[in-house]
Design a protein around this ligand. Structure first.
Ligand code: KG4
Ligand code: ZN
Length: 337
């Protein structure tokens, strides 16, 4: 079964064609980041105008690369929420027109859930799956089995799901204020770096001392929710107070980034492992742009291994927004298993 996926929820214009929920025939993502970075964040009006300009050329490119005819497509899947309304509308209108013209089903996909489905896609190289429990049975390409705990960490969301079936996904908790990625972006801005800040913070953190400055770990005991705005404010106060002392040297910036990143990583890993134990699930799947972060990936791997839990992490390029995950989500919705 061939599914056309369309993702235009924010500042990426993404289209993909996926076969049987796993094989990516083509997957194009156009990031608008250079149009937004000077403003320090995404400008919704610019984002939706760019989506209108880009959607048709990207559709054509995806078809060309997949080497298929449009009437080979069996269904079309589009992100319908959450996201910027003007951007979403471009993808939804395109998908509706496509489904109408080719008389095929149209599936509306939740963007946050779709991030978890990057774990079901095949990449060029095997996914890094830790194999603490079943070393011989997991070769890096087989999809994670149900039930599993899903953690999505992106620019707009930090959400924990209990996935019992493809049509039985329970949201256990989410962010009460800033998402983790948003906190990365805001801390980078405080340190004078452009949007998106996550990759910049990661680079600085590699040269910093994570124990030099102790920032709070927002654990929220007894709740599955997350909260990162207090941590971001702690960084803002540290920056304000120390800017006067050493004019925020490069070394200090590296230590701030390392201390902040460590607080986010420890909070995410601790809460996820604790929830998996509480819910008695031995499998964890990750997704979302912040999961590109190497420190976060490696901490999840070592902690999951210590607890004997199976862990699935998508390839970095499939953690970021893309339409292959949207098409994959739709495939499993249609299979209704
Ligand atoms: O999933 P995504 O592509 O878009 C949303 O759905 O929001 O995630 C984008 C977020 C941004 O906040 C960006 O700063 C963050 O992912 N990010 C990272 C890294 N790469 C991207 N955060 C930390 N470390 C990274 N290496
Ligand atoms: Zn996303």
């Amino acid at each position: 079964m061939l599914i056309l996926g369309i993702e235009t929820s924010c500042d990426e214009t993404a289209v993909a064609i996926v076969e049987d929920g796993k094989r990516i025939l083509s997957n194009e993502v156009f990031s608008q980041v250079r149009f937004h970075s000077k403003y320090g964040g995404v400008i919704p009006e610019i984002a939706s105008r760019k989506q209108i300009e880009l959607i048709n050329p990207i559709l054509q490119e995806v078809q060309r690369r997949a080497k298929i005819k449009w009437d080979d497509i069996n269904a079309v899947a589009v992100t319908s929420s959450p996201g910027l309304i003007g951007s979403l509308l471009v993808g939804i209108s395109t998908a509706k027109a496509f489904a109408y013209v080719f008389n095929i089903p149209l599936l509306e996909i939740n963007h946050v859930e779709a991030h978890l489905y990057a774990n079901f896609l095949e990449g060029d190289s095997p996914r890094p799956v830790t194999t603490a429990t079943l070393p011989s049975e997991k070769s890096g390409q087989s999809p994670i089995e149900m039930p599993f705990l899903g953690l999505v960490v992106s620019g707009g969301h930090t959400s924990l799901f209990l996935v019992k079936g493809h049509n039985d996904i329970e949201l256990l908790g989410s962010t009460r204020d800033d998402a983790a990625g948003e906190a990365f972006d805001k801390v980078a801005k405080l340190l004078g770096f452009p949007y998106p800040g996550g990759p910049q913070i990661e680079k600085l953190a590699e040269k910093g001392d994570p124990d030099k400055i102790e920032f709070p770990r927002p654990i929220l005991p007894g709740s599955y929710d997350f909260s990162f705005s207090g941590l971001k404010t702690a960084v803002a106060y540290y920056v304000r107070d120390n800017a006067r002392i050493d004019n925020l040297s490069y070394k200090t910036k590296c230590d701030i980034a390392a201390g902040f990143q460590e607080a986010v990583v420890q909070t995410l890993v601790y809460k996820t492992i604790k929830t998996a134990k509480k819910k008695e699930v031995g499998r964890i799947a990750l997704g979302g742009g912040v999961i590109v972060n190497k420190r976060l990936r490696s901490q999840f791997m070592s902690e999951a291994e210590k607890c004997g839990m199976e862990l699935s992490i998508p390839l970095p390029e499939l953690c970021l927004d893309n339409a292959a995950m949207v098409a994959c989500r739709a495939y499993y919705m249609m299979k209704n298993v």
